[in-house]
Design a protein around this ligand. Structure first.
Ligand code: TNX
Length: 443
């Protein structure tokens, strides 16, 4: 039996022993014991296998899911006859964000992202469902939103949107993979598409044409009009009723033409509205400093803006921070300068940068006790196909996931495991990946 080590299921999460030569002599256990132990830390598991016996102990459904993933991974590894593995994630929130607004992707693509993310122990799927280019989710009582504001992508593609049936199917699929869905409606900026459908919520009330470019920061809703708040009440109400999880993300980023006091008042009122509909709030970092309800999660994404409002977080109690620093976690940024896909506004994100970082060091302005999550983001201005998605996610998503789990940091071992254990099951699933030169790919 190997020595127990704290490793996540995704990062070569097993300590193997045994050796079988040419013909793989996989374990043939006679018994399997499974135990639920609710005294263990949430989402954790312990796993031991010998030739005759497998013992699996999990804290909950998520822990059992991760244990079984680790077991399958070990059974796929030639030469392994026995192993032990146990793991507890460092951060309770471990997310992946997919932008459906710049380019729309349907249920099949979203479920394949769930397959990848859940295999690497991520437990949150954040869907960016509205932006200047499109509105991507059906809202009860407002067919105009999806009829008028969803029919284009960046570059003028066909767009489309998730019906409420699609949304329910995605949430059920996510739940079966120990993931929860957090929908995002971005407010008060990034709202050009909303104003195409409802010009009465725009600052000047004038009609608008669909937008297919990639500029940011040029749109915002009228911050105080009754028309704005009546519509937002319906939108938040519909999302709250149809979302299984406890969080709604309401954006708050890149609002450039509005004064800070007006902005903070708007975000405060939006927080109250979300709370009135029974949900907690996630907001981008710009909203820190606004009067936010207890339990709000603030998502950090850039060091390029003034951080004074973030410093105020230290005085808040009951507010948490999710780490999404662009130069480590934005997988829409190119891994190398001449990469055909992706943006470069925050520099490059090579594999090593996605792997070797800590939330505390990446966000020096945030007290580390406030950091409860890590989330990787895939914005889709330049991402047009499911293959593009996988090319950007693999192999960098496993790298960010290992930070979220708090796995032991060993880059040579990580790239070796990607080449030997991981790559072999990406292929049968049809998942493309960037052939990163740091990884000793086989065949
Ligand atoms: C910044 S991150 C944005 C998005 C862009 C992304 C591109 C954030 C809150 N806003 O609108 O799509 O950069 O990397």
């Amino acid at each position: 039996m190997g020595t127990p080590r704290s490793r996540p299921p995704h990062c070569c999460g097993v300590r193997a022993h045994g050796h079988s030569g040419q013909h793989v002599n996989r374990p043939h256990p006679r018994t399997i014991n499974t135990t639920l132990n609710t005294d263990l830390t949430a989402e954790s598991f312990q796993l031991t296998a010998t030739r005759d016996h497998i013992a699996l102990t999990a804290a909950d459904q998520a822990g059992a899911f991760y244990a079984i993933n680790a077991l399958i991974q070990a059974l796929r590894t030639p030469g392994v006859e026995g192993f032990t593995a146990h793991s507890t994630p460092t951060y309770p929130t471990r997310g992946v964000m997919l932008d459906l607004a710049r380019h729309f992707f349907g249920v099949d693509t979203i479920t394949s992202v769930i397959d990848v993310a859940s295999a690497y122990g991520l437990n949150r799927l954040h869907l960016h469902l509205s932006d200047d280019q499109g509105w991507r989710i059906e809202i009860d009582g407002h067919p105009a939103l999806t009829e008028r504001a969803s029919a284009n992508d960046v570059d003028g593609g066909a767009g489309r949107y998730l019906t409420l049936a699609d949304y329910e199917a995605i949430q059920e699929y996510a739940a079966a993979h120990a993931m929860i869905v957090v929908p995002e409606i971005d407010l008060p900026g990034h709202t050009h598409a909303l104003q195409v459908a409802y010009p009465q919520v725009s600052p000047n009330g004038k009609p608008r044409e669909p937008y297919a470019g990639i500029d940011v920061g040029f749109s915002w809703v009228h911050l105080t009009a009754d028309a704005t708040w009546e519509l937002l009440d319906d939108i938040v109400g519909s999302l709250a009723r149809t979302t299984h999880g406890e969080y709604l993300h309401v954006g708050g980023d890149e609002v450039k033409q509005v004064s800070r006091p007006e902005y903070e008042q708007f975000m405060g009122r939006l927080g109250e509205l979300v709370a009135a509909h029974g949900k907690k709030l996630v907001v981008w970092q710009e909203a820190a400093g606004s009067p936010l309800p207890q339990g709000t999660q603030v998502q950090y994404w850039t060091h390029e803006f003034n951080q004074d409002n973030l410093a105020q977080l230290a005085t808040h109690t009951g507010v948490e921070v999710i780490a999404s620093p662009a130069y480590h976690t934005y997988l829409d940024l190119k891994p190398v300068p001449d990469f055909p896909l992706g943006l470069t506004w925050a520099g490059l994100v090579p594999l090593r940068a996605a792997y070797e970082w800590t939330p505390a060091a990446a966000m020096p302005v945030i007290p580390s006790r406030m950091i409860t999550g890590v989330e990787t983001c895939l914005w889709t201005e330049t991402i047009r196909t499911p293959h593009d998605i996988m090319t950007m996610l693999l192999p960098r998503l496993p790298a960010v996931a290992s930070v979220a789990w708090g796995s032991p940091v060993d880059y040579p071992q990580f790239v070796h495991a990607i080449a030997t254990h991981h790559h072999t099951w990406w292929h049968p699933n049809g998942w493309t990946h960037y052939p990163d030169p740091d990884v000793p790919w086989q065949q």
